[in-house]
Design a protein around this ligand. Structure first.
Ligand code: NDP
Length: 246
């Protein structure tokens, strides 16, 4: 045991999750992150995080599978130590007007965005409760608070994350475990790369700061919530959206 803090980040290989991995590593955490399939970005991230000197444990594991989340948590605790922070960033979109959506897309979004949060928190929280310390940070979205046209499925999954996290905060607060939600607006990642130029223009204009956010800006907030500086924060939904939702 090293005394270093240990963090787990789902969907850590790309985008917001990747920035969170680097930011937590910079803060001195040893970090294990999971990803679904992209080996290349995961390996590149491990290389980049080396500058911070902490241990990194990349694991290919699918958040929709409970057994893979349990195995990941067990392996991280065995190889790195007791988990102090869990960040759930793995997520997908299957956008489109409700009348055009497919049931399979609904299932996949729910299983990934909401089921993934359930499986990882279910696997990790008992250890935190026993140690009477730890924090969980779930990544929702402004879509989960305000709704977004052509994102009924995604918005429902992200709203579910808020209900889940607040319920968990009430359940485990007495055991010294905190749970908070981060709800980003539009952030420049592969996820938003899919937007048409027209949509991007419209959304940029609708944002008070006149630009999309950077993954590092979300990671900064997550690092704060994962630190003792946020010791009195639990059950909060913290929005970070450059003024698109005001
Ligand atoms: P990206 O598409 O850039 O990255 C998604 C990450 O999640 C990848 O690492 C991917 O792994 C991983 N992932 C996806 N499905 C699974 C799965 N089944 N099991 C394990 N890992 C999985 O997304 P963003 O960084 O943009 O989004 C991160 C989170 O932030 C999501 O929850 C998203 O909903 C939320 N968000 C994003 C916003 C944005 O504007 N970008 C705005 C608001 C919220 P792999 O590389 O292997 O595919």
């Amino acid at each position: 045991m090293t005394g270093t803090k240990i963090a787990l980040v789902s969907g850590g290989s790309r985008g917001i999750g990747r920035a969170i991995v680097l930011r937590l590593a910079q803060d001195g955490f040893d970090v294990s992150f999971c990803y679904r399939s992209a080996e290349g970005p995961a390996a590149q991230l491990v290389k980049e995080a080396r500058q911070f000197g902490g241990r990194m444990l990349p694991v290919r594991a699918d958040v929709t599978r409970g057994e893979e989340m349990r195995a990941w948590v067990a392996r991280a605790e065995e190889e790195l130590g007791p988990i102090d922070a869990v960040v759930t960033s793995a997520g997908i979109t299957r956008d489109g007007p409700l009348v055009l959506t497919e049931e399979a897309d609904w299932d996949e979004v729910m299983r990934t965005n909401l089921g993934g949060v359930y499986h990882l928190c279910r696997a990790a929280v008992f250890g935190m409760m026993k140690r009477r310390s730890g924090c969980i940070i779930t990544i929702s979205s402004v879509s989960g608070i305000y709704g977004n046209a052509a994102q009924t499925t995604y918005s429902a999954s992200k709203a579910g994350i808020i209900g889940f996290t607040r319920a968990l905060a009430k359940e485990v607060g007495g055991r010294g475990v905190r749970a908070n939600v981060v709800a980003p607006g539009l952030i420049d990642t592969d996820m938003t790369d899919k937007l048409s130029e027209r949509a991007r223009q419209r959304l940029t204009e609708a944002t008070a700061l006149g630009r999309f956010g950077r993954p590092e800006e979300v990671a900064e907030l997550v690092a704060f919530l994962a630190s003792d500086r946020a010791a009195y924060m639990t059950g909060s939904v913290v929005e970070i959206h450059g003024g698109i939702a005001i």
